[in-house]
Design a protein around this ligand. Structure first.
Ligand SMILES: Cc1ncc(COP(=O)(O)O)c(C=O)c1O
Length: 369
């Protein structure tokens, strides 16, 4: 018996990382976003691999992720995107992590604690230019910067923002946000007596707006192979992660045979049904009930019935050759058929980010290349 596992193509990851890096000018740093276990790919291995490709900057959400990234990338700059608090100061200092300040009081809290502990922290200031989540208001951000810059125990080395939306051919907030951010940048540059590192773009902004690269960009999803593929985008990347599992049982059933909880599927003709090792407890989205797809020997087979906690059922047709112990692909490619996280996301009415980060950590990550 084997539960589902994930196979990660490190050579494809290298190609994606290098595609991003090579698209940038020499004065823009790619800050690889490896939070949420590198979007489900495994933070340690992905960060180490990227570091060996020459990447010098990473971003994570939490301190524990920063500590993990530090082991993989001993010399990198590592940004903590979440709101670090006083009790994070010792770890920030010990592991040389850069905190992102998302509200002014947080800067005072970290400053006081850093002084108390006799340490100095690098911090970046997050400016809310329209995302409405983290960040100080853009209209007063330059004043906030000046006050923060005067605090002991912290050194403000960067300023950043995050886009709420970036669209082409329809209205989005991105351009207005960038205007606001550039105003903040000009005002800060006038008052600061030391260099400041400015960064804004995540994947989508990077793909469309070269002039927004600034000193750094923070790509995430494109590193893992999603979000590219339109001709007007700067680069193309390909998926890195495949999700596989085993067949547990196969049975022949007649027409009018009901399958799964609440009998949401009934066979129309005699057929063969395979029960496969994956369910919502593994991160196989329940909205894929009667909508998912499983690949085997170059064919795609429909998921029928409700997704249950540990199993899914698939109609393999009366002549289907699947048997217990066979390997099937839940996400990935098999011969000429493919079903990637974005295909799965469409079926489950969500985004590939959620599909990738939902794959449970109990699925072993197996690395190739
Ligand atoms: C602050 C911040 N920057 C960058 C990213 C990367 O975004 P994307 O994966 O769309 O490139 C994220 C993702 O959630 C983020 O929260």
């Amino acid at each position: 018996m084997r539960r589902s596992w994930v196979e990660i193509n490190l050579e494809q990851f290298d190609r994606n990382v290098l595609a991003v890096r090579n698209a940038l000018g020499s004065d823009t740093e790619p800050i690889l976003v490896v939070k949420a276990d590198a979007y489900g790919h495994g933070l340690s291995r992905m960060a180490a691999r990227a570091a060996s490709c020459g990447i010098r900057w990473f971003a994570v959400a939490y301190i524990d992720e920063g500590v993990e990234a530090r082991v993989s990338a001993p010399d990198a700059d590592i940004l903590i995107l979440g709101a670090a608090m006083a009790d994070d100061v010792a770890a920030l200092a010990e592991h040389r992590l850069t905190a992102v300040i998302v509200y002014e009081e947080q800067a005072r809290i970290l400053s006081d604690e850093a002084v108390r502990q006799g340490v100095s922290l690098k911090v970046h200031l997050k400016v809310d230019t329209g995302m409405g989540r983290f960040g100080v208001p853009w209209a007063s951000a330059a004043d906030t910067f000046r006050r923060m810059d005067a605090l002991p125990g912290i050194e403000v080395t960067g300023v950043c923002t995050h886009f709420a939306s970036v669209e082409i051919g329809r209205p989005s907030l991105g351009p207005t946000q960038m205007e606001r951010f550039l105003e903040v940048r000009d005002a800060i540059r006038q008052s600061a007596d030391h260099p400041i590192f400015f960064h804004a773009s995540s994947s989508r902004a990077f793909l469309y707006f070269e002039e927004w690269d600034l000193d750094g960009i923070r790509p995430g999803i494109i590193l893992y192979g999603y979000g590219t593929g339109k001709p007007d985008m700067r680069i193309e990347t390909r998926p890195v992660l495949q999700w596989k599992t085993t067949v547990m049982m196969v049975k022949d059933v007649p027409a009018n045979f009901a399958v799964g909880y609440y009998s949401s599927y009934t066979t129309r003709v005699p057929t063969r049904i395979a029960t496969i090792a994956a369910g919502y407890a593994d991160g196989y989205h329940r909205l894929l009930s009667n909508r998912g797809m499983v690949l085997f020997e170059g064919n795609a087979y429909p998921v029928i019935g409700r997704i249950s906690m540990n199993w899914i059922t698939v109609d393999i047709g009366a002549d289907g050759t699947m048997k217990p112990g066979d390997t099937v692909t839940l996400m990935g490619v098999d011969g000429d058929v493919a079903f990637w996280a974005d295909d799965m996301a469409k079926q489950a009415r969500t985004i590939p980010y959620e599909i990738l980060t939902s794959i449970h950590t109990s699925a072993e990550r197996v690395y190739h290349g």
